[in-house]
Design a protein around this ligand. Structure first.
Ligand code: SF4
Ligand code: SF4
Length: 335
């Protein structure tokens, strides 16, 4: 089974529908969202070229790429003993954009005709679809971008990021070996520029560098307690004022710590007075924008999800969609 299943798997029907993908009736749908940007046309067309030798049938339409894997099933007719054979297939669709969605739908067996005798069709189709997905990720630019993402978002060395990619794609056919993996450990750092420049880790530093400018405190003797019901007011930017900042993140008042903390953030915004600290947004975020911040004395919850790496947001909307009290609001650039 693909290690992707152990990683972040998103099935968000609203997002899928917005991107024009609709599950077929009676089909099983799998969606794997990759936190990589694939918008440059040369990058998109390189995916098909990189997979030419894979044996998949490749098609492309607009910003979508289709990889179809075909296989043949053989069996015996249970009544006549006659040898039977049928051709089956499964297609993986890559929807490119600011994130890449890898999608497959398992068609009903009847789609291929009267081949009731095929055993374990769904498991085989599922396995083959995951093999195609692993191959796409491992052998194309998507893999390179994922390695860069691991280096930046999870602070992994190039070698560890490549290892992570390899662990994620165990089913890949003819897996591409990236250069750092072939170099002895001692020579590892010298190989770094091959894929990614080693100067990327700026995101976590930005809040720390601004720490000295904090004007909001989480402790205090305030008497206002503000345990509010969701959802967050989507118009809050025109109704509230920025009253300070914390590690470079704007805070919109009123604020009266520890019981009233206001709304935090600019693009990734969370109403701290509504947040119940269930952690769904942290779990959902594919690029680790959030981290926990202790807020002792707040009546809603004594920790909140702090958008420490707000600038890394890829606007996938996952956190906004999963927040139970709807206290997250994402503002895309320019809104
Ligand atoms: S929209 Fe939310 S989940 Fe998606 S990247 Fe931004 S902060 Fe993370
Ligand atoms: S999902 Fe919403 S309520 Fe839960 S921790 Fe995140 S912001 Fe708070």
């Amino acid at each position: 089974m693909s290690a992707l299943l152990k990683d972040r798997v998103w099935i968000m029907l609203s997002e899928i529908a917005k991107r024009g993908v609709y599950p077929l009736h009676a089909s099983r749908l799998g969606v794997f969202r990759m936190p990589v940007d694939l918008t440059d046309w040369s990058d998109i067309s390189s995916i098909s070229n990189d997979l030419k030798s894979s044996g998949f049938k490749m098609d492309a339409y607009a910003d979508r790429i289709y990889a179809t894997y075909k296989w043949t099933e053989k069996g015996l007719d249970p009544l006549t003993g006659e040898t039977l054979s049928t051709d089956l297939n499964v297609t993986v669709e890559a929807v490119t954009g600011e994130v890449v969605d890898l999608i497959y739908q398992i068609k009903p067996l009847e789609f291929f005709g009267d081949c009731y005798w095929v055993r374990n069709y769904r498991q085989k189709a599922d396995q083959n679809a995951k093999m195609v997905i692993d191959t796409i990720i491992r052998n194309t630019k998507i893999g390179d971008k994922l390695v860069a993402h691991y280096q930046k978002a999870e602070k992994l060395s190039l070698e560890r990021a490549i290892k992570r990619l390899e662990e994620l794609t165990p089913l890949a056919q003819n897996p591409k070996v990236r250069s750092a993996a072939a170099i002895p450990p001692a020579a590892g750092p010298a190989s770094s520029p091959k894929l990614v420049q080693p100067t990327i880790a700026v995101a976590p530093k930005a809040p720390a560098a601004a720490a000295g400018a904090d004007t909001i405190s989480l402790s205090g003797t305030g008497t206002n307690y503000s345990k509010a019901e969701g959802p967050i007011d989507p118009e809050f930017k025109s109704k509230r004022q920025v009253v300070g900042s914390f590690q470079g993140i704007k805070v919109w008042g009123p604020v009266d710590p520890p019981g009233q903390l206001g709304i935090w953030g600019t693009q990734v915004t969370v109403d701290f007075d509504i947040c119940i600290a269930d952690g769904a947004c942290i779990e959902a975020c594919p690029v680790n924008v959030y981290e926990w911040l202790d807020t002792p004395g707040h009546p809603g919850s004594e920790k909140k999800t702090f958008m420490a790496r707000e600038k890394d947001c890829i606007f996938c909307m996952a956190c906004e969609n999963v927040c139970p009290p709807q206290c997250v609001k994402i503002f895309q650039k320019g809104t």
